[in-house]
Design a protein around this ligand. Sequence first.
Ligand code: NI
Length: 170
Amino acid sequence: MSDLVRFGIAIDGELLGRFDERIAEKGYGNRSEAIRDLIRADLLERSADPDAPATGTLTLVYDHHVRELSEKLTDMQHDLGHHVVSTLHVHLDHDHCLEVVVLRGPAGMIEGAAQRIVATKGVIHGRLTLTGPLVPKDDPAHHHEHGPHTHEHAHEHPHAHAPKPDRRPR
Ligand code: NI
């Protein structure tokens, strides 16, 4: 083992309280080991081959009241071009949106893009699940079977949350 390093984390007290309860349930004696395990698990999730073709679903929950967040997330997805296969958007409640983004491309690229989106301020929860290379890279039959990809969120573009009293969840 290399040198132990101590570092401080600024965290919401309520969130830390819930984390403490959770790690006690799991049998951890202290936070340090729980956090080390979280970090190890996260590092393990990185795919071995960043160039391997992959399909992934990125699930996001975010607060659309955070300034320009909806626009930022939409811009990031547009920048990914055809790597965004489809997007599902659900207005969870008055404050929160759920988005599921289906991504396809080299595993490393998908992971990097998902990470940038999850790290955006205002995104409360985000998780990428890579489902692996379901379709071989150069399978001509695949291109024959499927037409051009759909880009569903384009229909409700731009994503806006202007007050629509008759449609808003209560
Ligand atoms: Ni929404």
